[in-house]
Design a protein around this ligand. Sequence first.
Ligand SMILES: NC(=O)c1ccc[n+]([C@@H]2O[C@H](COP(=O)([O-])OP(=O)(O)OC[C@H]3O[C@@H](n4cnc5c(N)ncnc54)[C@H](OP(=O)(O)O)[C@@H]3O)[C@@H](O)[C@H]2O)c1
Length: 309
Amino acid sequence: MKRIPLGQTEAPNVVLGLMRIADKTDDEIRHLVATARDAGIDFFDHADVYGRALHGCESRFAEAMQLSPSERAEITIQTKAGIVGDGPYFDFSYEHLIESVEGSLRALQTDYIDILLLHRPDALVEPEEVARAFDELEASGKVRAFGVSNHTPRQIDLLATAVSQPLVANQLQLSITHAPIIAQGVASNMVGTDQSLTIDGGGILDYCRIKGITVQAWSPFQAGFFTGTFLGSDDYPELNAVIDRLAAAYDVPAIAIATAWITRHPAEMQVVLGTTSPERVAGAALGSDIPLSRSEWYELFRAAGHKVP
Ligand SMILES: NC(=O)c1ccc[n+]([C@@H]2O[C@H](COP(=O)([O-])OP(=O)(O)OC[C@H]3O[C@@H](n4cnc5c(N)ncnc54)[C@H](OP(=O)(O)O)[C@@H]3O)[C@@H](O)[C@H]2O)c1
């Protein structure tokens, strides 16, 4: 498993998201996590809103794993705050962020969160309030590092007017088929193609590279916004033909090639897996360090329907 820089530390470039474990048994969760650990994944992504109830998936993880203090210390636990599911709406107020983290600590049965992300931009954000919450959470040792998710460059700049901690990560939707953060730049300034339109706030991937913010790719195998996977889908025959050919050439499962399309990018991004299948986790982990050539990478990009002008 390749490891990449993340803030002041480093982390695997394939990590396990636990958004979909609400209905899994203890044994299933332990098997999933053990498979990830065997593959070199020691980084787990949560959010307060994952699960049927608030903190549901965080609780399932802790109940199933029953981590000893030394086992807890071996792993990185990342969680998120800022979405109010009952609405929905977004809330970056001091009170909401503190309450969310206290709830996550209880649910995860731990006394610290390694990384806290602001989940989705709050239109009513007041950077000073976020800063007050971050300062308190850092000073109390309850949160060790901070980041954002689904944020534009300007939204990050706005937070930085008050927040003093470095923002170490920006978690963004990215798969071969859902790739505006990459595809827009390839077709920039071209009249008549939607791909040239800026829908990511303008160059968010380049911005994160410049600022040393690790991009974490969520829904890496989803065709669109929770529309099902493109892997093996009849809607993507050309893409799957290329994936299958490269999978055979590199002697890995197809899911490893879909993973490698992201890990091969020099931005040193992290792929946030959402599968609950241990077999798929092990397969995806094989894509951590596949040296796809430029022509292979671009062939996958074109086969997914993106323009290379
Ligand atoms: N920051 C954000 O706003 C945000 C939003 C969404 C998600 N996330 C994070 O990103 C993680 C991943 O998101 P995701 O679950 O949407 O991503 P994903 O890994 O692209 O999708 C996984 C889902 O696809 C299914 N699937 C079906 N066939 C598959 C195949 N051949 N290969 C792989 N998966 C297949 C999986 O089912 P099986 O379980 O049966 O394999 C699972 O339901 C989440 O766990 C969460 O941590 C963050």
